[in-house]
Design a binder for this molecule. Structure first.
Ligand SMILES: [Zn+2]
Length: 877
């Protein structure tokens, strides 16, 4: 239960009106449009009801009816009732909507409720009067003496869900905590709800109650005098049904106090301590899961949110139920299914958030490329503004004059004409007005392929003005993209037979003659790579007469693979296990497939569906695992003082692998200018690396190097996280590739192992690997390679035998090997390599293999990110 914070009381009504409404809701009714009825045995309550009614509304007559004695006793079975006769009194009472409008068949009692208006606007006196009236009705206050000490409690029962909910609201307004016990329907009676009022809270408000019942008054008086009860927050209700189940399994119950509870428990509304409940819930769950679930739900009342108003600043708590949902808790309300959000709160966090605004962090730690990507329409606009379509003779004296011709539909934005005596296009002239002269515009225009390099140049030469320049450019681009109105027609989608014709002829001539599955796949993969080449060639050639080609070149949409399937043919697809299906699909999606094509294509579609459903969670999990390992790689010191490093070769590594590192010999930062000097020399450079940092915890600023925008790494920067996210962010894309490309086999990619599987093998350092390579155990000479009778081969290195090696040997007899050298093809088990050759060798191996796994999926990431991650995953300190 929660400490509640009720909203202030209203001004409506007094104690009398409240009590009367409470009594009426509990035991009153109206009938025939002219009678208000009220039934209660005690004279005092009936008299009070009439007295209040008289004060509120004078004109009515009262008829009293005696109760009917119960069969065989002299006790009255039915309470005495009174009828107040007045149609205007009925109207007066009707204004307090004590019945809900809901259309519920059967008993009126199921529609009973406390009027909303009263709950919202009632004064404190009125609401306490109302509670007293209700308790005088269907409420019950008892004093339990079974433990020797008096234990007081108060509860209220109803079958109406509306009354249940409004009663809870009433308690909430009065600051009384309350739990609900639901008892199942029995015979003809409906489900009943018993609201158990907190005894602690009740004790504090007893003085404000104005109950009339003799019993109630006596209990209230004694209760008030008794010392405050122990906090009963840990008491929870238990139903007869639950008790029955527990009794049945009483032998498995070890808890002595639960035994005594069960022997005493007969009626609904018994409350037990939460500790006992835990034990009993386990038994319930084991024997009656349905009841267990129900019990869990019993104490929860779900209500629909009808309005939301701003209540100003309050403290809100997140309540996380493990394995379930996150709830927001505020002001006694629990709101279901909220989302976890991280917002900067401390000043340091706010400063950091500003520092890492996207406009300030332009370069990706992945490959130092610019992370900003303009939207597709701006990309198309930029292309139209900067490319050249046809050469024309027109001459314009000014840009304004050329613009006029453009708007009069006499000039295209990419037409090469003469403006102010210079051969150019209107687009280029406009771009030059906002783009500094020292930034070159690619001769083929700004395309998807060179957009990154173009923006990189703007950043390099005009970092401070980058946002301003790109803002102006994108405004211009979106305007002219809109003016040019690029759209697709059915002709854009038509298959070009000059491209697919020769390939189709080759397939029909040769494919049917191929016998083995492997030959078929090899043949199709070969034709497929020709198709890919033709496809790209076609795109370049038809930019100005086919809008599909235009958007593909300008904005990369449709992508190469999608364009191929749409306009030419998918040719060969992968099934869900990643294997190519050896059936050629030779019609494009715009032509429509044949039945057998559809059959073959369904493998690709299915594979995409499976990947999307299953593999999106995998990289997420992988990311969490990896990040939890690398997150210790924090910049911990300015300089560890090492002279060690790794050697980078210009022939092997790209520019981004050198940039922003410190040269080990001179401790000089490699920036653009220094890189050019070093490149000119061409000799390999030894640079500081996270791998060779001598700090035992974290990594030093010198070994890590500078950030991607050239700024110095600060102590506390979590470079492990940056590197980890660089790798895992791409991991998500690796598995999503199948979905995006519809499983088309791409030329050159290794289709044997999926990227994700390999990456996981490398970062998890598994104990067992399928298809692992055999490594030489020690330095020596290969003495023999002979086949093993049980399968595979036996390789002997200087007297040491490797038995039953399954994979193909890569060594020959007589060859000299070192410990850790591979003897066969297959995957190297990093742990084995570590045992044989030591940590540095293994790290290098891991970096190379990881990089290859990413590269095989077309993802290139700077070496430093791999180094940082590998330092984290192989950290042995
Ligand atoms: Zn260091």
């Amino acid at each position: 239960m929660l400490k509640q914070d009720p909203t202030p009381y209203g001004t409506m009504g007094d104690r009398d009106l409240g009590w009367m409404l409470g009594a009426f809701i509990a035991d009153g009714w109206s009938s025939g449009g002219r009678t208000i009825g009220y039934a209660k045995l005690e004279d005092s309550k009936r008299d009070e009801f009439v007295r209040i009614m008289r004060a509120l509304h004078q004109n009515f007559t009262v008829n009293e009816y005696a109760g009917v004695p119960k069969k065989g006793t002299n006790k009255l079975g039915v309470s005495k009732k009174i009828h107040l006769n007045s149609s205007s009194l009925v109207k007066y009472m009707a204004q307090y909507k004590c019945l809900n409008d809901a259309n519920i068949e059967g008993r009126v009692a199921l529609r009973k409720q406390i009027p909303q208006d009263v709950l919202q606007n009632g004064s404190e006196e009125m609401l306490f009067g109302l509670l007293s009236g209700l308790l005088d009705g269907d409420g019950s206050m008892v004093c339990n003496m079974s433990t020797g000490k008096p234990r007081y409690s108060a509860k209220y029962s109803t079958s109406s869900t509306f009354l249940r909910d409004s009663f809870l609201t009433l308690c909430y307004r009065l600051g009384i905590r309350c739990t609900v016990l639901t008892s199942p329907p029995r015979g003809h009676s409906k489900e009943a709800y018993t609201m158990m009022l907190s005894t602690v809270d009740m004790h504090t408000i007893l003085g404000k109650l104005t109950c009339l019942g003799e019993r109630e008054c006596k209990i209230i008086a004694e209760w008030e005098k008794s010392p405050p009860a122990k906090d009963d927050l840990d008491m929870v209700p238990m139903s007869t049904e639950e008790c029955k189940v527990l009794k049945k399994h009483i032998n498995s119950i070890v808890d002595g106090s639960l035994h005594s509870v069960l022997s005493r428990t007969k009626k609904i509304g018994y409350r037990v301590g939460r500790k006992i409940l835990q034990r009993h819930m386990a038994i319930l769950e084991e024997h009656t899961p349905a009841l267990h679930k129900r019990t869990l739900e019993t104490n929860t009342v779900w209500r629909t949110i009808t309005s939301i108003t701003d209540a100003g600043k309050r403290t809100v708590f997140d309540l996380e139920v493990v394995g379930a949902k996150v709830f927001a808790v505020n002001n006694g309300l629990i709101i279901w299914d909220t989302m976890g959000m991280h917002v900067p709160i401390s000043q340091a966090a706010v400063d950091e958030a500003y520092e890492f605004m996207p406009s300030k962090v332009l370069e990706s730690p992945r490959d130092l490329s610019i992370m900003l990507t303009p939207s597709m329409d701006i990309q198309i606009g930029l292309f139209l503004l900067t490319a050249k379509s046809r050469i024309r003779d027109e001459k314009y004296a000014s840009i304004a004059e050329a613009k006029k011709a453009f708007y009069a539909n006499k000039l295209d934005i990419s037409d090469v004409v003469t403006i102010k005596g210079k051969k150019t296009t209107l687009g280029l002239a406009l771009v030059r007005e906002v783009l500094p002269m020292d930034v070159a515009i690619p001769t083929e225009g700004v395309t998807k392929a060179n957009l990154g390099a173009f923006m990189k140049e703007v950043v390099t030469k005009h970092r401070k003005d980058f946002n301003d320049i790109m803002g102006k450019l994108s405004k211009l681009a979106s305007e002219y993209n809109y003016q040019s109105g690029v759209s697709l027609t059915i002709n854009d989608l038509k298959t070009d037979s000059s491209v697919v014709g020769p390939l189709k002829r080759e397939i029909s001539a040769k494919f049917s003659k191929l016998k083995s599955k492997k030959a078929k796949i090899d043949f199709l993969v070969n034709v497929n790579s020709k198709l890919d080449k033709e496809n790209k060639k076609w795109m370049g050639k038809h930019v100005w007469d086919n809008n599909l080609a235009l958007t593909a070149v300008a904005a990369g949409k449709p992508g190469v693979a999608a364009l191929k399937q749409l306009k030419f043919m998918p040719l060969i697809l992968k099934d869900s296990s990643g294997q190519p299906v050896p059936v050629p699909i030779t019609r494009s999606y715009s032509n429509g497939l044949t039945s057998s094509d559809y059959w073959a294509a369904s493998y690709g579609a299915r594979s995409g569906m499976i990947d999307r459903a299953l593999q999106t969670s995998e990289p997420g999990y992988f990311a969490k695992q990896l990040l939890s390992v690398v997150d210790k790689q924090v910049i911990a010191k300015e300089d560890c003082g090492t002279t060690e490093g790794i050697t980078l070769d210009f022939a092997k590594e790209g520019k981004s692998d050198f940039l922003w590192r410190y040269e080990a010999k001179t401790n000089k930062l490699i920036d653009d200018a220094y890189y050019r000097q070093l490149e000119a020399k061409g000799t390999p450079v030894k640079v500081r690396s996270p791998l060779t940092c001598e700090l035992s915890e974290g990594v030093c600023a010198m070994c890590y190097g500078a950030h991607e925008n050239g700024s110095k790494a600060q102590i506390g920067d979590n470079v492990g996280m940056t590197a980890g996210q660089t790798l895992t962010e791409r991991g998500t894309q690796l598995t999503m590739r199948t979905f995006h490309t519809g499983s088309v086999v791409e030329s050159g990619s290794n289709y044997a192992t999926s990227g994700m599987t390999r990456i996981k093998q490398l970062t998890n350092l598994p104990q067992f690997l399928s298809g692992k390579a055999a490594l030489a155990n020690k330095d020596g000479k290969v003495e023999s390679i002979e086949s093993n009778p049980a399968g595979g081969v036996n390789i002997t290195v200087s007297g040491e035998k490797h038995f039953g090696v399954v994979d193909k040997p890569v060594v020959t007899k007589g060859q000299k090997v070192k410990a850790g050298d591979r003897l066969t093809a297959g995957v190297i088990q990093p742990k084995e390599l570590l045992d044989l050759t030591g940590i540095r060798n293994t790290q290098d191996h891991l970096i190379d293999e990881l990089r290859n796994a990413y590269k095989s999926q077309g993802v290139d990431i700077t070496r430093r990110a791999y180094e940082t991650v590998v330092r984290g995953t192989t950290n042995t300190t």
